[in-house]
Each structure stands twice: as C-alpha cells, then as structure tokens.
Design a protein around this ligand. Structure first.
Ligand code: I6G
Length: 672
C-alpha cells in the first residue's frame, strides 16, 4: 500500500498531466467526471493531511484573502519594450542596421510572432515551482500579481519534466481571448454592470483585482515569449528552440509563430497575419521579429532600453467616420485652450470614441473642420484619438465655423492669442479654477512629485470640497478631512497621507518640473537642475544666463524669470520646503562640459518622436540644433520621407543618422 504522501504525489502528477492536456494543449483525454473524481480524491487526502499541502498542488490555485494593495517587485533584469516600425522601408532599415553592425551580409533568420494586445508579465519558477508573477510596470519595478496569476489554469504551478534551470523567469503576455471577452461582457451586461471596451482593458482589469477569487472567474490566458533570468541549467542557443523548450515545460506558446529567412519573408509573414487578424482568437496590434540565434542577439545587445535584435511591426492606425457634434474648449494648466471634438460615438480600433483632440485653432483651420461635418477619427495604439480630416463630399449645408471663445469657458477671463498665434490662453491665472486644478494635478503626477494614488479624480474631489487651493495645501491635508469625503475609507486615507509623506523626498529636476513653469518640460527641468545645481541658483538666474542652458530659448528663459518674479510662487516654494519637501543639490555643470558641446545637428523627415523632444535631448547633452544643413553640420538626423535636407547633406558629405543611430548617440554621445 503506497504511503499517503505517495498517493498524493501520484494524484498531483496525474492531475497536472490532465490539466496540461486540457488547458494548454486543448486535447483532453479523460471525461470531465473522471478528472473531477481525481481532483476530489486529492482534496480529500489534503483535507485529512493538511501537513502535506504545498503551494504547487493543483488544489491551491485560488486561496487567501483579498489584498489591500499589490506589493512591488523589482525586476532583476529590466523588462524592456520593443522599438516599432510601421513600414517595409523601416523594417528594411532595421535589418540593414543589424547587418552593418555584424559586418555580415548573410541573410538573417528571424522568429516572427504575433504581437498580442495584452499585458506583459514575468513568471518566476524556483526549482520548477511557480513562486511569483509581476507586471512590467515601468520596466524596473512592477506589481506583484502572484495570487491572481495562480488562478490562471493554463499557467503551470509546477513545470513539467525536470530539466529546467533552478531559477527560471519566463516572460510573456497575459490576454483575454476574444470569445471569453464577449461572454464576459454579455454576463456583465446581464448583471447590469459596466462592460469592458476591449479585451486588453478586460485583461488588465481582471488582473488588477485585489480579490483573486474575482480574477479566477475571468477567462485569462498567457502566451510565453521570452526568457528572463535563467540560473543553473542549460538552454538551447536559438530563440525558437527556447520557445519549444517552454512548451515541453508545460507553458503556453503562441501557435502562430514561424521561423523565416530575411526581411522579405518577415514582410510576407506580416501580410499573412494581417489577413487572418480578424479570425485569430486573440487581439493583436502587430507582429514581432526576433533574430533567432541567441549568440547574435547577445552580440547586438540593447539600445535605449530596447533590444537591437527585435522589432515590433505595428499595423497601421485605425480610422472610422463619424459626425462632429460640437467643439468644446478645455483649459489646461498654463491656461491654454485646447479644442476638443465631441463626436457621435464611433467604434475605432477596439474602443468607443466620443471625444477627440483637434489640437489647436491652426489645425482646425488647416483641416477646415466645422461643426456638423463628417470627420475621420484616427486612433493608433494608446495615443489620444484625433480628428484626421473632414469628408468634404459629405459636408451638410448647415455646418458652422469654429471660433475661439473671447472669454474663458471656465472663469470668464479674457482669452488672448500668443504672439506666434497658435495658442490661445485664458488670462485668469490663479483666478481660473481650471488652471489651478490642472496645476495641482500636474504637481501630483507620476513624473512630477509622484504622489502615489493621488490621481486626477481625487484632486478634483479635494478641490471641489475646498480642501486645497494651492499645491502646498496637499501637505496640510489631515486624516479627519480625508475620511470625511465620500467613498474614502480609513485605509485609503492613510495610504494617501503616506504617499504624500514619501513624495516629500524628491529630486531637484522633479521639483522644478512639478512647479509647472510654462515651457519647462521634463527635459528642460533636468537641464536646469544639472546646470544650476540648486533651486537658489536657478531663482537667481537672469534671462541671459538662462539662455546658456541647453534646451532653454528666449521664450522659456522669459517664462522662468517671470515665474520666480511672482511673489505667490516663491511663497508657495518656501511653504513647500517648510512642510518638508526636500532634495539633494548637484554640483553645477556648465554647457562646455557636456558631451555634445560644440556639435550641431539638423533634424528632418518623419521620426517616431516629435522634433521638439529630439531637439531637447540633443540640447541637454550640449549640442545645438539648427534648421539648415551646412558644411558645419555635425550630422543630419533623417527619418522617413526626408527630402531636400537629405540631398544637401549627401552632397556636402555630412554624416546621416537614422533613428537607431540617434538613439545610440543619445545613450553614448562620446563614442560617435
Ligand atoms: O512587448 C513585447 C511583445 C512581444 C516584447 C516581446 C514580444 O515578443 C513576442 N519580446 C521582447 C523580447 C520584449 N517585448 C522585450
């Protein structure tokens, strides 16, 4: 007679085998009733012998109480993202760059994979046992979602076989299959609940439930696509073979992956997947190509936090036609009025869009948009939807021209156009509640003071309740005030106060950025912090000295001096310091000491980031950015469809950098 432990082990092995057949291979080999009998037998034995229960037992998927919040996990190896291409030309450039770097023209073997529209996740296995799951987060630190991920039946709690590394991190995408998403939404609608806009949101919402019992009811799946940490054990030397190894360990891998030869075959794959996109059981937003040989991957390495050996080839933005019902003007932090299109709701690229940006009055005039027009709305990935163009053939006779209001729609102050004309601003300043509220939201935001949990909605609530009028009021909030608010429990109030306390220790660049000085974005704030070293030195600077800072032109220099001239601003700063906001100063570093000092660049063509952002990065490193190419130009940065500037640079023998080479320049400026 086998011992209890032996009986338990045998049952677990059998159940794991049938789980794998059912959930991973979709090929069940015993009737459900037989599986249930095995499962109940194991449950009964574990109930009688609780000392035998282990975390990797198939009975231990849903357990424990709801969490109050997710813990954080620091990724031992950062979870990077992929660079994107949008055309065959850009794909060919990617392939060419690799050949140039390798100094080898031999056609490369790529693994082509669908790019799922889900959430990137890291799974950690120790001695074959699942111990932790974490979201990507910001790539350095993610959220600990172990309890929720355990409930996903197709993710093994113990790897099959025994040839796995002692510590193995597998990365991939958690997603909700389309069929499961439709059923879930039907159920939510029948229960009178809120439905999800698309499978991605449904997957994210399900994985971020604090109660794992709720996650367990959601049809989540995972495809594994990359190795993270692998310690103690040998692995294949090709990416495709690694994926096959994942399968042998019982992990799910997308069945639509192919090995292809060269960039041309990547393009064929892209079209094949594009053609069957609508019929795939999961949502994708493009495909990914990876160099198959891991040795070559290693040789190529990384740039700008993305691998050089992989690229995402995205499907084009999606567009739909709808009617422009009205245009409203939103007032931003600096008083700028942004026209927002109110649209007849339309389903574009997986979400219902009823608002879209119209950018500014110049754009409205250039596109000749009028209220009542039929317009094309475009949505690409996570980008805010925009009105791309007007369908003039369908223009009704009743359309109305859009004009900028003369008074601020929020506070009634006069609206003035900037000298350049494009931006119109409310002149109300701190009198305008919209500007004050936006300034506080900006102050609390992740990239500014990073006050965890203090999102836009809470700022609105605090403001409407009269708890805050200026940013320093945030640090005077008390628990009594917070718990008196609607839907604010003890724990949430404590969390906010703790986050406020944590945010008090910051960096000089974050603090400068959080002040919300007009024309001072993140990169300018950083340049100012590095250049002046302390807030006192920055406050003492005049326009001339400010203009010496890379990234600071006459307009931002004026905005900065004006900001510090206002007594209420300096008062707010001293209040914040008295309330405990602090940072470490830097040793001031003048421009001449910067790595690209003395170099001049020109930017042309279509690039994935705005010219302003690239310019700011270059200037931060001490370079100058000019509008025209001459013999003195150090290099031309050329994106797609570069025209006459490219021709001129070629004729003058000026170096030409593409986007990847630019990324290298920004990371390692001294080497190029
Ligand atoms: O974000 C990603 C999506 C898909 C990826 C990825 C992927 O492979 C199919 N692979 C890697 C290596 C990375 N991100 C960093």
């Amino acid at each position: 007679m086998p011992s209890i432990q032996e009986q338990i082990d045998a049952l677990r092995t059998q159940i794991r085998h049938h789980n794998h057949l059912y959930y991973v291979l979709d090929d069940p080999q015993i009737p459900d009733a037989e599986y249930d009998r095995l499962f109940r037998e194991l449950q009964a034995l574990e109930l009688a012998h609780p000392e035998c229960i282990t975390a990797d037992s198939p009975t231990q998927r849903v357990g424990g109480a709801a969490l109050s919040e997710f813990g954080s996990v620091r990724h031992e190896l950062p979870m990077l993202s992929l660079a994107n291409v949008f055309s065959e030309e850009e794909l060919n450039n990617f392939d060419r760059r690799i050949h140039e770097r390798l100094k080898d023209e031999t056609e490369l073997e790529y693994v082509a994979e669908p790019k799922l529209d889900g959430l990137a996740i890291s799974l950690l296995y120790e001695n074959g046992v699942f111990v932790r799951a974490a979201t990507r987060g910001d790539g350095e630190t993610g959220e600990d979602v172990t309890a929720n991920v355990r409930t996903i039946q197709s993710i093994p709690l113990r790897l099959l076989g025994n040839d796995y590394p002692a510590r193995l991190e597998v990365r991939g995408e958690i997603y909700m299959p389309k069929a499961g998403f439709n059923k879930l939404n039907q159920r939510l609608a029948a229960e009178g609940g809120k439905t999800f806009a698309n499978p991605r949101n449904a997957a994210a919402g399900s994985l971020r439930q604090l109660d794992p019992r709720l996650t367990a009811q959601r049809p989540l799946e995972m495809f594994c696509y990359a190795l993270g940490i692998a310690e103690g054990g040998k692995l294949p030397d090709q990416h495709y073979a690694v994926l096959q190894q994942f399968k042998a360990w019982g992990l799910r891998v997308c069945p639509d992956i192919k090995v292809v030869q060269g960039a041309k075959a990547c393009m064929v794959y892209f079209h094949e997947i594009g053609a069957k996109r609508a019929r795939l059981p999961y949502d994708i937003d493009g495909v990914v190509y990876k160099v198959n040989a891991l040795k070559i991957q290693q040789e190529l390495g990384f740039v700008s936090r993305a691998p050089r050996w992989a690229i995402a080839h995205k499907f084009p933005a999606q567009e739909e036609m709808t009617e422009l019902e009205a245009v409203e003007f939103q007032v931003g932090r600096t008083g700028a009025l942004t026209p927002v299109a109110r649209l007849k709701p339309v389903f574009v690229g997986g979400v219902t869009v009823s608002n879209a940006t119209l950018h500014n009055m110049d754009e409205i005039e250039r596109k000749d948009v009028r209220v009542g027009d039929f317009v094309i709305v475009r949505r690409a990935g996570d980008v805010i939807p925009e009105v791309a163009r007007v369908v003039l053939e369908k223009r009704p006779a009743t359309v109305q021209v859009i004009s900028m209001p003369a008074q601020c729609p929020v506070c009634g102050s006069e609206v003035k156009r900037s000298e350049e004309g494009a931006v119109a601003r409310c002149t109300g300043g701190l009198y305008c509640p919209a500007q004050v509220k936006e300034a506080i939201k900006h102050f609390a935001s992740r990239r500014a003071m990073n006050i965890d949990g203090l999102g836009d909605k809470l700022v609105e609530q605090f403001f409407e309740q009269g708890l805050i009028r200026h940013v320093d009021d945030l640090y005077r909030l008390t628990k009594e005030q917070l718990v008196a608010l609607e839907r604010m429990g003890d724990k949430s109030a404590e969390n906010i106060l703790a986050a406020l306390e944590t945010s008090k220790t910051t960096t000089l660049e974050r603090f400068i950025y959080s002040l919300g000085i007009r024309d001072v974005g993140e990169s300018t704030a950083k340049a100012l912090a590095r250049h002046f070293g302390s807030l006192e030195a920055l406050q003492a600077a005049n326009e001339e000295t400010l203009k010496l800072v890379p990234d600071v032109g006459p307009i931002s220099a004026m905005s900065i001096t004006q900001f510090f001239k206002e007594a209420h601003n300096t008062k707010t700063i001293s209040n914040l310091r008295e309330l405990g906001v602090q940072w470490a100063n830097y040793e001031a570093k003048p421009v001449e000491a910067l790595p690209l000092a003395g170099k001049t660049y020109v930017i042309t063509g279509t690039l994935s980031r705005s010219r302003e952002a690239i310019k700011a990065d270059l200037e931060n490193l001490g370079a100058k950015v000019s509008n025209s190419v001459s013999k003195k130009t150090t290099a031309l940065i050329a994106g797609a469809e570069a025209g006459s500037k490219l021709e001129k640079a070629e004729s003058l023998g000026v170096s030409i950098l593409d986007e990847a080479e630019l990324a290298e320049l920004l990371v390692m400026p001294k080497e190029l």
